[in-house]
Design a protein around this ligand. Structure first.
Ligand SMILES: [Zn+2]
Ligand SMILES: [Zn+2]
Length: 147
């Protein structure tokens, strides 16, 4: 085992019915709440909690079904869910090649990940909550510049 991987590596999760199981072998590069309209509809709640990892750091067993759609920013997004119970699980965006998001709420021990930020807070619903201690962005945060 790589001792540099922190306590949130080796996370396991899955859908409600158990047909899809997955394991994440590295700590997420980023984790945060998204309050956007798509996440609201896809989650059936006020926001979704996504964590971002490289594709090779997630092992999935079972066959997910994908739904492809266009985000506000024009990226093609594929949201994957369990075809039996409908639990939303993963997301991929053409804007972030090689990376995949998973729903923190689908982990067996979801408390192992803490959110780092909240995005699309302009869509916050009056009945939902926004943690005032989290860095919040009205839409997406500015992209970090590489190099
Ligand atoms: Zn399922
Ligand atoms: Zn969203």
């Amino acid at each position: 085992m790589n001792t540099e991987i922190n306590a949130s590596a080796g996370m396991k999760g899955g859908c409600l019915c158990g047909a899809i199981r997955y394991e994440v072998t590295t700590a997420p590069a980023m984790a945060g709440f998204c309050y956007c309209e798509s996440c609201r509809k896809l989650s059936g709640s006020g926001h979704a909690f996504h964590a971002l990892v490289p594709e090779e750091a997630i092992q999935i067993s079972g066959n997910v079904r994908g739904y492809e759609w266009k985000s506000d920013s024009g990226n093609t997004v594929i949201t994957s869910f369990c075809p039996t119970c409908g639990s939303p699980l993963f997301g991929k965006s053409s804007g972030m090649p090689g990376m995949v998001t998973f729903r923190v709420a689908s982990l067996d021990l979801p408390a192992t990940i803490s959110p780092q930020m909240a995005v699309y807070t302009k869509r916050l619903q009056p009945w939902d909550h926004l943690d005032p201690t989290l860095p919040a962005f009205k839409e997406m945060p500015p992209m970090p510049q590489e190099g």
